[in-house]
Design a protein around this ligand. Structure first.
Ligand code: DC
Length: 223
């Protein structure tokens, strides 16, 4: 039997990362934050001076990425880049890097390699549609634009990073527009995904709902 995957997709700052991490912990599954890979390519490109329109250069960077995930930390070429990855400039660049088919292709196998027993929770934009189309459970998390901007603002503030709520809100809207309208693997709900609006719902409640869906889906397949 193949290793089960729970795919959690949704727009920026919808809370999917927090939810996916807690789910993975509750189930003892591995966790893939696919956005981190796009952010890593973005960071590498900013450092190497490779422009956001240089598809070939970006794909090469994506292929050669020397990455290590260790718990909550991410290492690029041996250096801890966890904080740098959360920088909004990196997120913004990531959404410009992500539309290139060659970049997405270069990251595909890397993402699929995270599928290890006993299971995987993967979050991103195309987990249920492209990377793990056979995921056992697909969830599409949404939240209002205001709530998402506020969430990202709080996250950054907690990390001691200065941010402006109105500018954040504007940037998130632009990023969502790019992520949903790109030609390849756009952010969209898989036909067989279950939708959950997390606006004004505590993370624990969202995690509980998804866990209930998971148990439900398992009881249907255990026979
Ligand atoms: O989830 P995030 O905000 O860290 O993602 C950063 C960018 O990476 C996002 O704007 C779009 C891109 N991305 C993607 O295209 N596909 C994914 N599976 C995950 C992220």
């Amino acid at each position: 039997m193949s290793v089960p995957v729970i795919a959690i997709d949704g727009p920026s700052a919808s809370g999917k990362g927090t939810v996916a991490k807690q789910l993975a912990q509750a189930l003892g599954f591995h966790y893939l934050e696919s956005g981190a890979l796009y952010r890593l390519v973005a960071l590498a490109s900013l450092r190497a001076g490779v422009g956001p329109d240089d598809a070939e250069g970006l794909a090469r960077l994506a292929q050669l990425l020397e990455v290590r995930f260790a718990g909550d930390r991410v290492f690029l070429d041996g250096a801890d880049v966890t904080l740098a990855l959360t920088d909004e400039r990196c997120g913004e660049r990531a959404s410009r890097v992500a539309p290139h088919p060659a970049v997405r292709r270069a990251l595909l196998e890397r993402q699929r390699a995270f599928r290890q027993p006993p299971g995987l929770v993967a979050d991103g934009r195309d987990m249920g549609t492209v990377v793990f189309p056979d995921a056992a459970l697909k969830v599409f998390l949404t939240a209002s634009a205001e709530e998402r901007a506020q969430r990202r603002y709080n996250q950054l503030k907690q990390k001691g990073i200065h941010a402006n709520l109105r500018a954040l809100s504007r940037d998130l809207a632009a990023r969502d527009a790019r992520d949903t309208t790109r030609a390849v693997a756009p952010l969209k709900q898989a036909a067989d995904a279950r939708v959950l609006d997390c606006s004004s719902r505590p993370v624990d409640a969202v995690v509980e709902t998804v866990l209930a869906w998971w148990r439900e889906s398992r009881s249907g397949t255990s026979a």
